[in-house]
Design a protein around this ligand. Structure first.
Ligand SMILES: [Cu+2]
Length: 312
């Protein structure tokens, strides 16, 4: 969408304002950060931070395309990055590049998909399951600070101790819902490559395919954050925390939901844990900044159609 990008840059002043657009490029394993794109597959977008959308797309990419797995051009470029060795039960994080923070309102998810062999050769065409979910952490403003991810630079999560050994794609995703009332939810996501060791014999699930995990009219995606107090939905399947694949994939439990990583080493349920406070694992690594808009996301230019977020 060259046209809309040019247009947004042309609007006076916008180029100087920081944007909330972003991409993940760093994998943290037990507190140790990798280099940029050491283990995270880079996308081939002209502007790496542009979101994937159903309509008014950038790079013609939608959530119905194969490249929705790991982002544009990153389905088969696994040999360009390394594979991080990770002990099951470890705490990981996927961090945004160029100092950006998630200044878009919306949920974050982390999915895993096991490679049949080497993950470097894996295109993500197999089963995916969700290991982490963050939605709202407070009863605050659903257009901003209510979200657990608000203004954070990373998504922090735990590899369930029960995860079978093997090589996996780790897909972290944040969905910006500010334009979702117009069908313009924005998806930001990347895949890292890991090799899980010391794992268990769990049966991850429910499993989904990517593309296919979301539909354009999913309530959790086609959701208006304006004039609403609560977001009681979750995009995609229920979180797997270990054990056998238990039934419910509804994922639509009420209240504030938060990180499965707080359930840590011995999760007992596949349901999304309900936590009302800010998840400690996230809070400890990513100190909350003041909630002013500009200042973060230095790497990207504004492009949102929603007036409020266009300025960010
Ligand atoms: Cu945006």
């Amino acid at each position: 969408m060259k046209y809309s990008y040019t247009l947004s840059v042309g609007l006076a002043g916008l180029a100087q304002l920081a944007s909330a657009h972003y991409f993940f490029d760093v994998l943290v394993v037990d507190g140790v950060a990798s280099k940029s794109y050491e283990y995270v597959r880079a996308n081939s977008r002209d502007k790496k931070y542009m979101p994937t959308k159903y309509i008014n797309t950038f790079d013609n990419l939608t959530p119905d395309d194969t490249d929705f797995r790991c982002n544009l051009g990153a389905t088969s470029n696994g040999n360009t990055v390394g594979t991080a060795e990770v002990a099951a039960g470890s705490e990981l994080a996927m961090v945004l590049g160029v100092g950006a923070t998630m200044q878009h309102p919306g949920p974050a998810q982390v999915y895993l998909s096991k490679a049949p062999g080497s993950v470097a050769d894996y295109d993500g065409s197999g089963d995916w399951f969700k290991i982490h979910q963050e939605t709202t952490c407070t009863d605050g403003d659903l257009t901003s600070t209510a979200w657990c991810t608000w203004d954070k630079d990373r998504v922090t999560f735990t590899i369930p101790a029960d995860t079978p050994d093997g090589e996996y794609l780790v897909r972290s995703e944040h969905i910006g819902l500010h334009g979702a009332h117009n069908g313009e939810a924005e998806f930001f996501y990347s895949c890292a490559q890991i090799k899980v060791t010391g794992g268990g014999s769990g049966t991850p699930g429910p499993v989904v395919s990517i593309p296919g995990v979301y539909k354009q009219d999913d309530a959790a995606i086609n959701f208006s954050i304006y004039g609403t107090k609560d977001y009681t939905l979750t995009p995609g399947p229920a979180v797997w925390g270990g054990g056998s694949n238990s039934s419910s994939s509804s994922g639509s439990t009420g209240g504030s939901q938060s990180s499965s990583s707080s359930a840590s080493a011995s999760p007992t349920t596949s349901a999304t844990p309900k936590v009302s406070a800010v998840p400690t694992s996230t809070a400890s690594v990513a100190p909350t900044k003041p909630t002013g808009f500009p200042g973060a996301g230095k790497g990207s230019k504004a492009s949102c159609k929603s007036a409020k977020f266009r300025k960010m």
